[in-house]
Write a protein that binds this ligand. Structure first.
Ligand code: NZQ
Ligand code: ZN
Length: 389
């Protein structure tokens, strides 16, 4: 097992009817800015319920944070935070709203041009950069997928790129995870969430073995849970138990537990981000396109873990090593397609002629040495994209 630091201070309130916890964990004298997305949380009545729980606190609202939250939108909220002396941010939404709110808090404390914060990549932004008085965040999660409700990361869109932003200062103080709040999700968003959770897990599991037995078993537990419940949670959105299992799987897949002490890849995400930035393909769908193709191209580097994945997750016990790996990749693709998500670039209207521009963008963003071994060059990314057509 590799050395690791583990830190996760986010308090979780899980289950039905947990909004009351907001009253206990937002200071009574706080001036609160509620952030939300394009309106689903208004339509469902959730924002009104949150405001009721906040009672007499002074409350401002900032709606309109779009999927793949954009820098230009978020800086408008920064103005409100500064002008109204906001001292608590309450994000009500999916990964985009929560990520956007993490950026709002960092940018509100930063003295310079906040576009600077997009340049740090996976290097954590510390109090030396933004000071140690960032406005705390709480979240009410409406979409199980990103794990943003219990981690310190965000992904912000600016011009033609998606930029990771990491900071220990942006862990939510608390997150409300009420599966019933997610019942209103369109089926495609649930499918996207299953795939995002699946691929967060594989990014931290399908690498090379370091004898991290517990982390491997937790990863396999998440993958098997997703395989077990996904059909039900898509077909029966109000099946509480199925949805509760998805919500907690999504959170645990990216709260640091699976990735502690193991190599991590993240190439599927980095290539996927370019597909969203260039063609507007949903995050989960980009992962469904890239993962099967990447596993085919990287089968030698990942051979040992792919065999473990085939045997333990898909119960493929017969055949040669290569046959087992082929079958596991095929089952992965079929699983994504069974959720109603297409796994080929061409099915999204992106042909071979667009591959050079994707590779060009990877280069422009410095993504020239990806993967758990940093040997995934632009040439290999190109091969993966060709395999994904
Ligand atoms: O904007 P509204 O009207 O609320 O509609 C949203 C949006 O259109 C809708 N929605 C959310 N909850 C709903 C609902 N509709 C009905 N009922 C509900 N309960 O769903 C749509 C998508 O929402 P979004 O927040 O964009 O989805 P998701 O949670 O998948 O977040 C995707 C973003 O997270 C980033 C992605 O790059 C992308 O920008 N990621 C963040 C990560 C992190 N912070 O750790 C890791 C991930 O890998 C990911 O990259
Ligand atoms: Zn993701």
């Amino acid at each position: 097992m590799l050395n690791f630091d583990f830190y996760n201070p986010t308090r979780i309130f899980f289950g039905k009817d947990r909004l009351d916890s907001i009253d206990k964990f937002v200071p009574a004298d706080a001036t609160v800015l509620i952030t939300y997305g394009g309106g689903s949380a208004v339509k469902s009545g959730l924002i009104d319920k949150v405001k009721t729980v906040l009672g007499n606190r002074k409350v401002y609202e900032f709606g309109g944070i779009e999927p793949n939250p954009r820098y230009e939108t978020l800086v408008k909220a920064v103005e409100i935070v500064r002008k109204e002396n906001i001292d608590f941010l309450l994000a009500v939404g999916g990964g985009s709203v929560i990520d956007g709110t993490k950026f709002i808090t960092l940018a509100s404390s930063y003295q310079g041009d906040s576009r600077d914060l997009l340049k740090y990549g996976f290097t954590p932004i510390t109090s030396e950069v933004v000071g140690n008085k960032v406005v705390p965040i709480g979240t009410v999660l409406t979409l199980p997928a990103t794990g943003s409700e219990m981690n310190s990361g965000a992904v912000i869109s600016y011009e033609h790129g998606k930029f990771p932003v990491m900071s220990p200062l942006t862990f939510p103080k608390f997150s409300i995870l009420d599966p019933t709040i997610t019942f209103t999700l369109p089926k495609i968003q649930v499918a996207n969430g299953v795939i995002d959770t699946f691929v967060h897990t594989t990014e931290q599991y399908l690498t090379y073995p370091v004898d991290a037995k517990l982390q491997d078993r937790i990863a396999e537990g998440i993958l098997q849970t997703l395989i077990e419940i996904s059909e039900t949670t898509i077909a029966e959105p109000e099946n509480y138990d199925a949805r509760a299992n998805l919500v907690w799987s999504a959170t645990v897949a990216l709260n640091g537990i699976v990735g502690a002490g193991v190599p991590q890849d993240w190439a599927v995400h980095m290539i996927g981000h370019e597909l969203t930035a260039l063609f507007g393909i949903d995050h989960g769908q980009t992962l469904a396109i890239v993962l099967p193709a990447l596993l085919e191209v990287r089968r030698e580097q990942k051979r040992a873990k792919l065999l473990q994945y085939a045997e333990r997750v898909w119960h493929i016990d017969s055949g040669s090593q290569d046959e087992k790996i082929d079958a596991a990749i095929q089952k992965t693709r079929e699983f994504f397609e069974s959720l109603g998500v297409k796994t080929r670039l061409s099915q999204y209207g992106v042909g071979a002629d667009r591959i050079p521009v994707i590779v060009e963008q990877l280069k422009a963003h410095g993504l020239t040495a990806l993967s758990e071994t940093q040997d995934l060059t632009l040439d290999i990314s190109q091969k993966i994209l060709e395999r994904a057509l």
